[in-house]
Design a protein around this ligand. Structure first.
Ligand code: PMP
Length: 331
């Protein structure tokens, strides 16, 4: 047991320093060594604890957030959970605009964490008044003394991962990491980790994961925001129907797109082969890793770190439900 810590004052002190675990079986046919960074070990069970804490602490330092004030955010669920947790510990109110694509488990969890939750339709344009972006902006205006976390357009999102996740991967691999494979939503994780690692060693390759139905890959390759790329898909937290400024596209070498079905099966395969119970985007990242391997990106000397952003318990009514899998036509 390496997580041997003394008693701490609040749960927030457990944010970060997540474990890096060597994958044993699922990658046995692939060239190189593979490690999963288990972000579910954060106290809010996802990588989003890092950005939530960093952005809140920054606002406190600037004096724009005082006890009793309100935090407003758009979220697919994980950032909301992290913010709700931080709000309880630090004495803030938390109001969240959540997409109706988020699993019911996630929405119930946010309510259980004391947040005020506004559920918004997922399949409307980002600038539609009903979208979760616009609803959050409206709630922010309505609540005096509130801050809007704005994770898609907040450079502190990148900075949080630059300061923590990137450095941890460098240290945990003793500088041997050659590739990272990272799901891109807001882009904060891939951009912050990529920036830190490329500063240490410019040869490290930053491999992105996007969803079929999202605009990110094409925008990265052509600079074009192509609306015809947009279609509905089931994976939460991966890909986008807009271009977030929290993504530094210059840091990312390439994107690979994955389908709902392959990502779901890959997540279930991770459980069966590794005993790790990951979220849907972890399956997506693992699937993309396999696709990159098939395209010849890795050799025997590769040390590949794959970020597993959250925990499978958030998807019991989705990829870990036989009924849901059948309804999607996956089983
Ligand atoms: N996976 C999950 C489950 C997420 O909630 C998110 C955040 N939207 C991501 C991956 C992507 O991380 P980022 O926003 O830093 O790109």
């Amino acid at each position: 047991m390496t997580r041997n810590q003394e008693a701490i004052n609040t749960i927030l002190e457990l944010i970060g320093q997540t474990p890096l675990v060597k994958l044993q079986k699922i990658t046995s046919q692939l060239k190189g060594r593979y490690y999963a960074k288990l972000e579910a070990f954060n106290p809010g069970h996802s990588s989003k604890d890092r950005i939530a804490l960093h952005i809140v602490q920054n606002a406190e330092k600037k004096g724009i957030l005082k006890p009793g004030d309100t935090i407003v955010e758009t979220t697919s669920g994980n950032t909301g959970f992290s913010l709700a947790m931080i709000a309880i510990v630090k004495g803030y109110k938390c109001i969240l605009a959540v997409s109706d694509k988020s699993s019911q488990d996630k929405i119930d969890m946010l309510k259980a964490m004391g947040a005020e939750v506004h559920v918004c339709p997922a399949y409307v344009p980002a600038d539609d008044a009903r979208s979760y972006y616009e609803v959050a902006k409206k709630l922010h205006k309505q609540h005096e003394g509130s801050i809007y976390i704005n994770q898609y357009f907040n450079e502190l999102n990148i900075e949080a991962h630059y300061l923590t996740t990137g450095r941890e991967i460098w240290e945990q691999t003793k500088g041997k990491v050659t590739h990272v494979v990272i799901a891109s939503g807001t882009g904060g994780t891939i951009s912050g980790v990529g920036k830190y690692l490329k500063e240490q060693n410019p040869n490290i390759k930053v491999l992105g994961v996007d969803a079929v139905g999202s605009v990110l890959k094409k925008f990265h390759e052509t600079g074009e925001f192509d609306e015809s790329e947009i279609s509905s898909y089931k994976i939460e937290g991966l890909g986008k129907n807009l271009i977030p400024t929290a993504t530094d596209f210059d840091i990312i070498d390439i994107y690979e797109k994955v389908t709902d079905k392959e990502a779901a099966f890959k997540a279930r395969e991770i459980v069966k082969t590794e005993g790790i119970f990951p979220g849907y985007t972890s399956g997506a990242a693992m699937q993309a890793t396999q696709q990159y391997a098939e395209k010849g990106y890795f050799d025997d000397n590769s040390v590949v770190v794959i970020i597993f952003p959250d925990h499978g318990s958030r998807y019991m009514n989705k990829i870990y439900s036989e009924d849901w899998m059948k309804k999607q036509g996956f089983l």
